[in-house]
Ligand binder design. Sequence first.
Ligand code: NAP
Length: 319
Amino acid sequence: MTELPRRALGDSGIEVPIVGIGCNNFGGRTDAGPSERVILAALDHGVGFFDTADIYSQGRSEEILGRALGPRRDEAVIATKFGGEMGAVERSGGSRRWIAEAVEDSLRRLGTDHIDLYQHHFFDEHTPQEETLGALNELVLAGKVRAIGCSNYDGAQLERAAAISGEHGWATFVTAQNEYSLLKRGDVERSVTPAARRLGVGILPYFPLMSGLLSGKYHRGEAPAAGTRLGRDASRAGDLMTDRNFDIVEALDGFARARDLTILDVAIGALASMAQVASVIAGATTPEQVIANARAGEWTPSTADLLEIDRITLPVAAR
Ligand code: NAP
């Protein structure tokens, strides 16, 4: 396999491969054993950038990741998040008090003395942004966190955070994590991308495969196979397996076949080429998926390819 390009996260000194791995399956949809095999496959195939969160299976994802990495911790870049509810509403949000507690809990579960990228999971309108950003800056100064990022912020919230951190000379967000895929482009490209470009922030697209729809394994008019994510979740299957989505999936599949590619190559390779994207963090339940997703990152679209992908996706996915 060709080594994937790496991209810098702001001025943090951290570089990540253009394909990483999302860890929200671990401890929930995927038990500890299979999760560990996925984690080791990611390390072995050059996609050792792991995105987890305290709330993924209420701490189990972080525990499984930390245990599986073990002595190979330094080969990995670990991103985790705080702010979602850990069992009670007072164990959530962006307050100084909760951040101080949440970071220690994450460090313990991950079995590490530092988190590479610590992300605020959801914008918290009940806490002044100064308080959240000041507390995060202290974690950077203490060496517990190497860099900070945000998730589910819009462009204006990202701009405001940068202005506050700048005024105080604090660490600034180097990443913005938002839902972004070839099936859903509008919110990010209208709001987050322009701010991220101005600020030099890297975008981490989540749900890049739309729960597997962009892997090509689901087909119009066919029930999803048992054991797949959509096969196990009828309500999500109903939301995603729509004519609107299959119109794009089938057109992207045709685009891929005409170039001897798979739709997975296009879904991951094209997203990695969009403005400001730092790394595509696809989830995976097996080592084979990890390897396929890593390989997909090897495809770099030409300008003409990107224009054609815009023509296929934008009329619908930009809405
Ligand atoms: P996703 O990447 O769109 O879909 C991942 C799922 O698709 C896998 O679990 C697997 O499901 C299937 N899949 C993956 N690779 C495949 C392949 N090569 N061939 C066939 N099927 C494949 O969605 P996600 O995992 O939910 O999201 C990615 C990551 O984004 C998460 O893990 C998490 O780190 C992050 N995230 C963040 C937020 C946020 O608020 N910040 C929200 C959601 C997610 P099956 O094998 O089960 O079918």
